[in-house]
Structures are given as C-alpha cells and as structure tokens.
Design a protein around this ligand. Structure first.
Ligand SMILES: *Cc1c(COP(=O)(O)O)cnc(C)c1O
Length: 378
C-alpha cells in the first residue's frame, strides 16, 4: 500500500512538507497566547486564498461539520430556505436545512450540467421570498462546477443569504468571496489543499453574522454553534481545544499554495488535457458542461464492473481512483486532479493504469489515454 497513488477527489495526496509539519512540537492551544496569533495568521492565509476580508473560522472536524454548523447556526425553525439542487451534495443540503426546521423549497436542475443561471434568474424573478439559499460549488460525485459568482449575484439581487459548499473547489479554482458577495463559503482540508482530513473552514460575512446573532431561538447545538466563534481572538477563547497538529499541516499547505503562482493554471491545463483525452476516446465524460477543473467523472462502460476495475487498478497498477455515490455508484469513476494530485506525471500514471486496466478487462479502447493526455499537455 505504501506506493499506492491516491488519485481520488479527496482525500488527496499529502506532501512531505505537510506531513512533517504535523510532527512539530505542540503547545497548549487553549492557553498559549502565541497559538491565537498563529491561528489568526492561518486564517488570514485562507482569506487570501478565497479573497475576502470576512472572518474565516477553522473548525476541528471534516467538511460536513462546516456544512452542518452553517445550517445549525443560521437556520431557525420556519425560515424559508431555497436549496439549489444539481447533484448529490446539493440535494443533501435539503436534509440539513430540514433538520434545523427550515421550510425547504428545492429547485432541481439537471445533474449532468451546471446550474443554468438564466433559468435561475427567471425562477427567482417569480419567487424570491427566501432568507437563505444553499448550493454546492463543485458537485464532487459528478464532476460539475457551478458558476458561483453568477449565482450569488442573482441571490444578492433578492437579498437572499448564500451558504455555499466549496469543499472540493476551494484552492483549485479562483474564488472571489468579497467581489461575488458570498455570505458563507466552506471548505475542507482534505481536498484541493491536500491536508489530511480533519479540518473544515468557512468565511462568514457581516450579514451572515447578523443572521447568527439576531435569531429568535437559540442555536440547537454547541459544536456547531458559530455564535461561540465571534470573539475568539479578543477573548483568547476557543469553544473547544483546537486540533493544533492539523492546523500546523494546514499552515504548511497554505504556505506552499500561496507560493505557487501556477496553481489555477495547472489545475485548468491538466483538467482540460484529461477531458480531451477522454473525449477523443470511446469513453464518455459524464458532464455535458460545467466540467470541474478539480475532478473528472467518466462513465463506466456497460461491459465493465466497477469493483473489478477498482481492484485491478489498486492491486496491479498501484493507483486508486474513486467510484461515485448514490445513484451514480457503479456508473461513474472519478479522477481527482486537485491539489497535490494535480501534476502531469501523476495523471500520466493514473491514465496509464486506467487504460491498461480497461484493456485487461476486455474493453476495446480506441486510443491510448495516457499518450493522448501527454499530447494535449503541450
Ligand atoms: C468531500 C466533500 C464534502 C465532505 O464530505 P465527506 O464525504 O465526508 O468527505 C462535502 N461537500 C463536498 C462537495 C465534498 O466534495
């Protein structure tokens, strides 16, 4: 297992400097004043990644904690919440909103396309009496990226606060939180930033803080209560002990990220080359449009069994890619080309393993995927 290349859309590969950072000597993060400055510095690096002056909170827990905290802290029983659904995670937001008592309206869009913002504009013109709207930036199970800037612009025209899950896009594609007026955007450590799973982070706009503060009912939760995070720096107080070693790792990953001038260009170039190779082959990309530069979903040919493919790839070719979830389980395979995974040689190895595995299972590929990929990189 030691040399297994992890090309899943999160968790991604973790670099040696990030792993080393985790082994640094720790202090008591509740008591050491230096830790509060360190934490502030790490959150300011995240502010640079997503271009915001809004507060950025880093919480100990996986991405789902960020998502649930946003829902728990903003949504009150009876609040009207619009759920934009063009994928499995988008749909899942409805369950969280429902859990916290929202009156949910779900607008479903095709799952193989990005949300059509013209259609959204029309629907919003007709119905816009919502306090919040939730949507997913990148639908990881299907490899679709939504036009977050356009969507929040429309929501802002109707004074609807946005809660955006960008777990699988933050760090891999440009995000302009302040320019686009995003109220809450949340990410996770284990996707494009290539830190082990364990942290979630989110930016909170002034309007979102107002919503959190002006509730009529108390937040039903403690770990998920954003109210407790408002003055952590001034009061030198965290609601719970911070996962300091994870934050060391995040800090190291952010330093690497901020130094990397090519990060978005590389994600785009590699993703395009992967897509072009698949498009030239007799395989099919799942997405019709809105292809994400962080993950590609490919339809599994009818003659191929996902379990067999996966086993062959991991055991004989030492590369792990992912299947999909829900109704796409056994129907799609996904290559995560985000963060530390996003290097030409890793995609070459992955596509070669995929190519060989498909052939070994009897699929008659019309091109050599890895070779076409390399040609497209020129
Ligand atoms: C990875 C991910 C999460 C976090 O969920 P896990 O399945 O627990 O990793 C949330 N939202 C999106 C869009 C993700 O890709």
């Amino acid at each position: 297992m030691s040399d297994l290349l992890i090309m899943t859309p999160g968790p991604t590969e973790v670099s040696e400097e990030v792993r080393r950072a985790m082994s640094q000597k720790i202090t008591n993060p509740d008591l050491d004043p230096d830790f509060f400055d360190f934490y502030l510095d790490v959150s300011s690096k995240l502010q640079q990644v997503i271009k915001t002056k809004n507060d950025v909170i880093i919480m100990s827990g996986e991405g789902i904690l960020g998502l649930e905290s946003a829902c728990a802290s903003l949504i009150e029983p009876g609040d009207k919440v619009l759920v934009l659904d063009n994928g499995i995670f988008g749909r899942g937001f409805a369950d969280f909103a429902d859990l916290y008592g929202a009156e949910v309206t779900k607008w479903e869009f095709p799952y193989n396309e990005e949300i059509d913002t013209n259609e959204l504009a029309e629907k919003l013109a007709a119905e816009n009496d919502f306090k919040f709207a939730t949507f997913v930036h990148c639908e990881t199970p299907t490899g679709i990226i939504n036009n977050i800037g356009e969507i929040t612009k429309l929501l802002n025209e109707h004074n609807i606060l946005s809660i955006v899950d960008s777990v699988s896009a933050i760090g891999g594609v440009p995000i302009e939180v302040d320019e686009w007026g995003i109220d809450i955007i949340l990410g996770g450590s284990q996707k494009c930033l290539s830190v082990p799973p364990g942290l979630t982070f989110m930016s909170v706009s002034d309007a979102a803080w107002d919503a959190v503060n002006n509730r009529e009912t108390p937040v039903r939760g403690y770990y998920t209560n954003l109210q407790l995070w408002q003055n952590w720096y001034e009061e030198k107080y965290f609601p719970y002990t911070q996962a300091i070693s994870d934050i060391y790792a995040l800090n190291a990953a952010l330093d690497k990220w901020l130094e990397d001038q090519e990060i978005f260009a590389r994600h785009n170039k590699i993703a395009e080359a992967v897509r072009k190779a698949i498009a030239e082959s007799n395989l099919n990309l799942f997405a019709e449009n809105g292809h994400s530069d962080t993950v590609t979903a490919i339809e599994i040919p009818d003659s191929i069994n996902y379990q067999e493919l996966n086993q062959l790839m991991t055991e004989s070719h030492n590369v792990m890619i992912a299947g999909s979830l829900g109704e796409f389980e056994d129907k799609l395979i996904r290559i995560g080309h985000m963060g530390e995974n996003c290097y030409e040689e890793k995609l070459y190895r992955t596509l070669k393993a995929f190519d060989h595995s498909l052939r070994e299972l009897g699929f008659n590929l019309n091109i050599e995927l890895h070779k076409v990929f390399i040609n497209k990189m020129d």
